[in-house]
Design a protein around this ligand. Sequence first.
Ligand SMILES: C[S@@+](CC[C@H](N)C(=O)[O-])C[C@H]1O[C@@H](n2cnc3c(N)ncnc32)[C@H](O)[C@@H]1O
Length: 200
Amino acid sequence: MGDDWNDYADGWDGNSDVRTYATRAFAALDTDTGITGGGWQDKRVLDFGCGTGLLSEKVAPHVKEVVAADTSDRMIAVLQGKALPNVRALHADILNGSGQDAGEGLGGFDLICASSVCGFLPDYKSAVAALAERLNSGGLFVQWDWLASEEGGSGLTEQQVRDALRAAGLGSIRVAHAFTMDAGGQSMPVLMGSGLRAAD
Ligand SMILES: C[S@@+](CC[C@H](N)C(=O)[O-])C[C@H]1O[C@@H](n2cnc3c(N)ncnc32)[C@H](O)[C@@H]1O
């Protein structure tokens, strides 16, 4: 993958691998939270690094609102074109408070998801800490990333994720293999990390 996510925006939804990744991430989320069971209709969700909104599309029918934020304006343009009723697509870098509406309504989330985003961030640990502050008490942070066998490889190790979630002050931390993607004849494991913001 190159540095500029804009280059991938037009072909993103046509890539069966990224669609499968989103489907499997959502299935794992549902197994953990029961989001499709009807109890989430009053909840607010942030899909951080949403891309074209493949995960937002699946989450939105089960919750009150999804704020879908991404630093790639072309990814966001594809998502805006879908005109999903309760998805607010934001071209913004909410980690440093810049971009479209960057400051407004970007707190008080019951769930923050980051699907295949954290492993690409220059400072993953600080990012999780900043995102955790945007959760309601009892709110859940969830990420999916390529599992790296050692630090410095592509993706994140289970230990890196555990350390970052703990440093962000999250509790009930869980880090586990979530699913495996088969791409180009290679099996690529994906980890899921999650933690809850404690009551204030
Ligand atoms: C591998 S794509 C995943 C997109 C989407 N979550 C999905 O699963 O289809 C990574 C996305 O993270 C976004 N991204 C990278 N750094 C970001 C940041 N600091 N804030 C928000 N989005 C970011 C990129 O623009 C890109 O759309």
